[in-house]
Design a protein around this ligand. Structure first.
Ligand code: ASP
Length: 601
């Protein structure tokens, strides 16, 4: 299990094709990369000489100092020590002269942190453990120090021990000791490192931080509000650095990227977090093809070597094609079972409900061929498909959901439809620029954000039938999840003003700075943002994005460890000119204001 670390640090895919050409085109850049392709020095500057997980037969005879946590102890003879790199067996000395070392190693509770020094020796013949990477050796201890003792734990630090997510989040610092969390966070760090390398060293991007105290952006997601000391004035946490990255293009920064923290106050959803991370990118003088090639190269370059390689270019579908064939704008293309239109077969039948459907405007009869359905699906499954169809009747996304439901049922019966090792990327393009507003379908809202440029062939429709205009937006989909999206932007101030004021009925004063900037020689530009948490979640196969974030919020947006958000006493709110108006049913909460509060369970 613990060879993973070396693989992780060595293991990044060798770029091929166009990318290889780009890399090879500059020898000096290639040299920089080559020198970075080595296992890092894990024991520099610290008290240990080696990590627990790295010791092998080749180290026999070496004097080593190790620091780690006590994983378990066997019969007061062996102790297994653990660090992020792996496990190693330590022999507890039995001689009278070593009584003090023995006492420390026999009495320290499990998960106490100790430092031991001694010699690496071969295990006696027959006692090797082939399941353990360090299983050929053990440590003959000379000295030991208890660095810190561990009290009784809320759960054991073992991967197979089941614990609720609430408990894991409450004691996140203990949960982080698990192999899985170590792997996920280290893989994340490595992929981000490779992305930086690709963007900055190979393609001249500039890593620029943008403010997180900002103001409200009209349209789009709901933002978190931050009070200021000026009465009635508030900052907002940015839902993305969208305006700043466009302004950087006006400022001539040309190729920007940032590992950007974004905030959206959208309530709880299983695969969302109120704060999340994007790989945010913007370029001047670029078109859709340019952005797509950049991202394909970026993913190929940063992809871990222990996964199936990324094949480029990624296929693409228009929004209309995706809806027609898969019933969703984020199709899982790892399997077929596409939706097919069979209206023509039924035009002349007398089946009442089909005739009824076909007589409606845009009415159609569509089908999904469940391959091997007769072989795998039981009567119970067919009944559940029927119920599913009835429950979702009249939703246009019904067939898309039904397709996934059928895939779940087939897989539950043992058919492997979605190979877990397969990564199926897809571009979805030609989205509508506007959608009817949910609360008032007579008005329009941006399908993505108001800075997205219209499709050049639909420009004229903007002034006649804006609801028919396609946009220059593109989404990147991986295995049925949207992992990124972006667009070519409007760089003409007049057009931007028309979209905001006339079509979207937004207050243009809120964006006067951006409109003004577009008037001062803004270059044509476009960009994209990749959702880093979701991407890493799919790469690692983690069940939730919370498993790839060191300190995530709970499903309800709480930090279960520190209990944020928390109340503040009225005197601390005074400088912000804020008073809480307590809802009638929250008396209990009000009275708990000065008492310690308890985390959600
Ligand atoms: N800012 C956009 C978002 O967060 C991405 C983009 O258009 O580049 O979805």
């Amino acid at each position: 299990m613990f060879c993973w670390l070396s693989r992780l640090y060595l293991g990044f895919s060798t770029p091929t094709g166009r990318i290889t050409h780009l890399i090879r085109s500059s020898l000096s850049r290639t040299l920089v990369l080559t020198s970075q392709r080595r296992i890092p020095e894990f024991s520099s500057f610290v008290a240990r000489t080696n990590t627990c997980g790295e010791l092998r037969s080749s180290h026999v005879g070496q004097e080593v100092t190790l620091c780690g946590w006590i994983q378990y102890r066997r019969q007061n003879i062996f102790l297994v020590l653990r660090d992020f790199h792996g496990l190693v067996q330590v022999v507890i000395p039995q001689e009278e002269s070593t009584a003090s070392v023995r006492k420390i190693l026999c009495e320290a509770p499990v998960e106490s942190v100790v430092q031991v020094s001694g010699t690496v020796i071969s295990r006696p013949p027959g006692q090797e453990n082939p399941k353990m990477p360090t299983g050929e050796i053990e440590i003959k201890v000379k000295t030991a120090e208890l660095l810190n003792s561990c009290k009784k734990l809320p759960f054991e630090i073992k991967d197979f021990v089941k614990k609720t997510e609430a408990l894991r989040l409450q004691y996140r610092y203990l949960d982080l000791r698990s192999f899985q969390m170590q792997y996920n966070l280290r893989l994340r760090s490595q992929m981000v490192m490779k992305m930086r390398e690709y963007l900055c060293n190979l393609h001249g991007f500039v890593d620029i931080e943008t403010p997180t105290l900002f103001k409200r952006t009209p349209g789009g997601a709901k933002e978190f509000v931050i009070p200021s000391r000026e009465p009635g004035k508030f900052y907002c946490l940015p839902q993305s650095p969208q305006q700043f990255k466009q302004l950087l293009m006006v400022g001539g920064l040309d190729r920007y990227f940032q590992v950007a923290r974004c905030y959206r106050d959208e309530g709880s959803r299983p695969d969302r977090q109120p704060e999340f991370t994007q790989i945010d990118i913007e370029m001047s003088f670029v078109d859709q093809t340019g952005i797509r090639s950049l991202i394909e190269g970026l993913l190929q370059y940063s992809w871990p070597i222990d996964k199936d390689p990324v094949v480029v270019p990624f296929p693409s579908l228009t929004f209309a094609e995706a809806l027609a064939s898969y019933g969703t704008d984020k199709p899982d293309t790892r399997f077929g079972m596409k939706i097919i239109d069979i209206s023509d077969l039924f035009r002349n039948t007398e089946v009442g409900f089909l005739q009824d459907a076909l007589s409606k405007p845009q009415g159609a009869v569509k089908a999904i061929r469940v391959s091997e359905g007769t072989k795998y699906l039981k009567r119970k499954d067919i009944d559940s498909i029927r119920k599913f169809a009835a429950d979702h009747f009249n939703q246009c996304s019904a067939l898309g959901k039904l397709r996934l439901e059928c895939a779940d049922l087939l897989e539950a019966r043992g058919l492997v439809l979605r190979d877990p090792a397969l990564f199926s990327f897809l571009w979805v393009v030609d989205f509508p620029l506007f959608l009817p507003k949910e609360e008032n379908p007579g008005e329009l809202e941006s399908a993505h954000h108001p800075f997205t440029a219209p499709h050049p062939s639909d420009l004229q429709l903007l002034y006649t039938e804006p609801e028919k205009v396609r946009s220059q937006h593109y989404d990147l989909v991986l295995n049925g999840s949207e992992i990124g999206g972006g667009s070519i932007r409007i760089h003409d101030a007049e057009l931007q003003r028309y979209v905001l004021a006339t079509l979207l009925k937004e207050d243009v004063n809120l964006l006067s700075h951006l409109l003004q900037a577009l008037d001062f020689g803004a270059p044509p530009h476009g960009g994209i943002a990749l959702g880093l948490d979701r991407l890493i979640c799919l790469v690692t196969g983690a069940p939730s994005i919370r498993d790839v974030i060191a300190f995530p919020k709970s499903f309800r947006g709480h930090d279960l460890m520190s209990n944020a958000p928390d109340s503040l006493p009225p005197e601390e709110l005074k400088p912000y000119h804020i008073q809480v108006s307590w809802p009638a049913d929250s008396e209990a909460e009000k009275s708990s204001l000065n008492q310690p509060s308890h985390p959600e369970s």
